[in-house]
Design a binder for this molecule. Sequence first.
Ligand code: LLP
Length: 463
Amino acid sequence: MSRSAHPAGPRHADVYPEGHYTAPAADLNVLDEKVWARTVRRNDDGVVSVGGIEVTRLAEEFGTPAYFLDESDFRARCRAWADAFGPDADVFYAGKAFLSRAVVRWLQEEGLNLDVCSGGELTTALDAGMPAERIAFHGNNKSVEEIERAVRVGVGRIVLDSFQEIVRVAHIAQSQGKRQRVQIRVTVGVEAHTHEFIATAHEDQKFGIALADGQAAEAVRRALRLDGIELIGIHSHIGSQIFDMAGFEVSARRVVQLLAEVRDEHGVELPEIDLGGGLGIAYTSEDDPSEPHQIAKALNEIVTRECEAHGLATPRISVEPGRAIVGPTAFTLYEVGTIKPLEGLRTYVSVDGGMSDNIRTALYDAEYSVALVSRTSDAEPMLVRVVGKHCESGDIVVRDAFLPADLAPGDLIAVPATGAYCRSMASNYNHSLRPPVVAVNEGEARVIVRRETEEDLLRLDVG
Ligand code: LLP
């Protein structure tokens, strides 16, 4: 996830330190549409707007920091994924990226299914009316209570992650007089090119059952013997923020190979495969993500080809994009509080949020972009590090970026592509209040997750 070091450009080469940053854009006022939600633009008065509402107005009404989510973009991305895969495949939005009742309703309206991985996500999904049969339940250590509930409400599938779970789910389903549809999650043994913490297809990690050494084949053997479960397919998720389709191809090939082995051994053709999520998005101008139709085409081709080679009927494919749907649709709006220039180094720009609303930079060395959005500026670019207000120096939101040198306290800056894994991984560190998520659509803005209050904090503190 790191960019290579580039010279900062001839005008500034003498004043910028070594670092992982690209030369400043020719005009810092221009927003690169690659990293911003679809309706974001800079209006004639210089103020940036989303869904037709200027950020200055949004800040006044909802405060900062806050996440602003472009609803029409979210819906368009859902449709793009559904259309790309067509009626013979299923798209499950990965709720861990960001989930709320409004999101669940949008998913339903746009024809998507939902992947949940905890009782809390299941509650949100059901509460917002998602039909249980359109829900997939994931997790490497689902509690007995979670499994009992998932089976009771009738989720469409439970993705089994371990040998213990095969038996656990089968017993629970049987005790409820049910036959639960399940998939088995396998690790296919590819090294996805992404950060170690979000790569999930190599064998030395907690998720799934390895294809290697016949482990997955043994899992299938056991699953097929149990009455409480109906094995409908094999699941593989190779990691997150991946741009290279090669890993998905290897994964698809190995999963189909297992289907062939299952057919040969048991005379059973498993009807489904799930190839997980993990498609990368553009956080900076350097990133070039694929479009859903390109991804669908590549996956369909490889699965069809491999199945033909093995004489198998093509299974129904499902995918689980999270970040690729919600990530690009939101930005975080911050107010600049203090500015600390360090001669010959960089300028620290402190905002009113930080690692509590975006832990990804600290956790994965993630890269982000940033722009001054409350006005334009003709000032020279200055190298900045956007930092938060928390009590540690690793509290970095944007490690290296350029903002105009006349940046001042009170200016609004925005970090794009924060729709995924920012609010969903937000914390109360330093007893900060988690920011709201505001959906903006065609000139209307409404809070879909409200800002936390100090009462919320105190309510949990019952000592
Ligand atoms: N399916 C499964 C089984 C998953 O574990 C995940 C993500 C997804 C789908 C969705 O992946 P996506 O399309 O969103 O990349 N917190 C990290 C990402 C962790 C992803 C965990 N699993 C981050 O901020 O980058």
